[in-house]
Design a protein. Structure first.
Length: 154
């Protein structure tokens, strides 16, 4: 018998913690927030925090070690998204944009380009996160959890 799917959140600077818990609770999924330091999370019966220490990528490494096919990962980290997809997980960014096998290569390339531009002082950060972004995330999370529950790829 396989374990029930889990929802893992790369929680450092994640703007959709409450929305993630809301979506997971609707389906009875456990949520694990993973971070380098303890922080408060929305209270719910199946929610926990995993604090990891060590290298810069310790949270990413811990998440990848836990993943099973059809788990869901919430992350803005494109390298973690790529690693999670290789494990068969469904991956969503906090904006609600899914990372898939079809778009992860472009996301990695864009990340590198933006890092180069920032090194030259060009560009800025992402736009402010607002109510529409939260709504879009909730809708995408609902769709993703339903697909994962049925064992279907994105």
């Amino acid at each position: 018998m396989t374990a029930a799917p889990h929802l893992y959140v790369d929680a450092d600077a994640c703007p959709v913690k409450a929305e993630t818990v809301k979506g997971a609770e609707r389906h009875g999924w456990p949520v694990v927030f993973v971070a380098n330091a303890w922080f408060a999370v929305p209270r719910a019966p199946r929610v926990c925090v995993q604090v990891v220490s060590g290298s810069f990528d310790a949270a990413d490494d811990w998440i990848v070690e836990q993943l099973r096919p059809h788990d869901v990962v919430i992350t803005a980290g494109i390298p973690l998204a790529a690693r999670s997809l290789k494990c068969g997980a469904h991956v969503l960014g906090p904006s609600g944009k899914p990372f898939t096998d079809d778009n992860i290569g472009n996301a990695l390339a864009t990340r590198e380009l933006m890092a180069d531009l920032r090194a030259y002082g060009v560009g800025g950060g992402p736009p402010p996160f607002g109510p529409r972004d939260r709504s879009r995330f909730l809708q995408a999370l609902e769709e993703t959890v339903r697909l994962a529950t049925r064992g279907r790829p994105r």
